[in-house]
Design a protein around this ligand. Structure first.
Ligand code: G6P
Length: 372
């Protein structure tokens, strides 16, 4: 009913709007005043977590994209190797797992069969399994050694939005927790990231309030035959997620690429007017990755692409290469997906509704896939 949708036409719109609160709820009670991570609820001992020498993240769909982003954070902060795998591929590959392997399974529903089977395989091989899940008491957390609930509230729309961002927040917490326990980050370094995490809901609210131009752009793009998404570093999984949302909701052809791979093939797809959504990293710090993405934008534009550029506010230099510029509030590089994903969700959702689709119940898809 309209009441359940809180005045929105679709659950998806409501869930997108709820994201700042959902992130605040994921963080709630898990950060100390002094900026430490408090994860005593995770039933793995500090010793277990110190013994970990390898992390695998295993998931499907949008949850897999959260895992891809988590890899960048975990390796950077914790300095242990982290691999990310699709659950449907993981166990058939005969991965090397033992007692000192931490397998993090990510699932909104906690019922995805591929992910459950991967988790059982990991447990048989004696790995420790930690679930990141949104659904209390579901099968995946019940069978895992430990769980970190995302507390994002029920997600009704089939395609995942707020659950994705809360999974990211949970991954950041786990990464910082590991770094804290293992002593690889100083307390003040952890506290500095924690402070930025705490500020993200406010930034997300600001961003959500200025999505009108994205909506207009979406209506204009509704007849495009394809939309391409490019990014580097954490912007690469964000590009994949943007493309997935568009496929799921708008039934449009879309692909996400690592911007550096364009020249090895995908650039041949660019034609006069092909829309290319570009996720630009922050120019803060040395800005090396950002400069590389900017040159990739110039490359696609030189071949006729219509560029839709998502960049940090104040990054005025990108304006020259942007047919459409979507500014997002500043966040440190690793946390940026909490911002940059939002315009891509809105874009897909609006294109889909402009095409007359039911965004809550896309054709052929299920909220939770309980078959392999
Ligand atoms: C289905 C849903 C996706 C979701 C994926 C994984 O395909 O339509 O939105 O990302 O399953 O679901 P999970 O519940 O394991 O996160």
């Amino acid at each position: 009913s309209a009441a359940e949708k809180g005045g929105y036409d679709y659950f998806m719109l409501k869930e997108i709007a709820e994201q700042p609160q959902a992130i605040a709820d994921t963080l709630l009670g898990r950060l100390s005043e002094r900026g430490e991570i408090l994860l005593d609820e995770v039933r793995l001992t500090d010793q277990d977590l110190r013994d970990v020498d390898k992390v695998f993240i295993v998931a499907c769909g949008t949850s897999f994209h959260a895992g891809m982003i988590a890899k960048y954070a975990i390796e950077h902060w914790v300095r242990i190797p982290c691999e990310v795998e699709l659950a449907s591929e993981f166990r058939y590959r005969d991965p090397i797992l033992d007692r000192s392997t931490l397998v993090i399974v990510i699932s909104q529903s906690g019922e995805t069969m591929d992910t459950l089977m991967a988790l059982r395989h990991a447990k048989e091989q004696k790995a420790r399994v930690l679930a990141i899940c949104n659904t209390n008491g579901s099968t995946i957390p019940r069978e895992s050694d430990a769980v970190l609930y995302t507390h994002g509230g029920p997600e009704i729309a089939v395609a995942s939005t707020k659950a994705f961002l809360t999974q990211l927040a949970a991954c950041y917490l786990i990464g910082l927790h590991l770094a804290q326990i293992r002593g690889v980050m100083y307390a003040d370094e952890v506290a500095a990231v924690v402070e930025k995490l705490r500020q993200t809901p406010d930034g997300m609210r600001t961003l959500l309030d200025r999505m009108e131009e994205v909506r207009e752009l979406a209506r204009d793009l509704r007849t495009a035959s394809t939309i391409l998404f490019i990014g580097r570093h954490v912007g690469f999984p964000v590009a994949l997620e943007g493309a997935l949302k568009l496929k799921e909701l708008a039934y449009m052809h879309a692909e996400g690429f690592a911007a550096g791979e364009l020249k090895h093939g995908p650039i041949a797809l660019i034609d006069e007017g092909t829309p290319v959504v570009c996720v630009v990293p922050s120019p803060a710090g040395r800005g090396v990755i950002r400069d590389k993405v900017v040159s990739n934008i110039q490359e696609v534009r030189a071949r006729g692409a219509r560029t839709i550029v998502i960049a940090e506010e104040g990054d005025e230099d990108v304006r020259a290469f942007a047919d459409h510029l979507i500014p997002v509030p500043h966040t440190p590089t690793l946390l940026a997906p909490l911002m940059t994903t939002i315009p891509l969700q809105i874009l897909a959702c609006e294109i889909a509704t402009a095409r007359g689709n039911d965004v809550d119940q896309p054709r052929n898809l299920a909220k939770s896939v309980t078959v392999e």
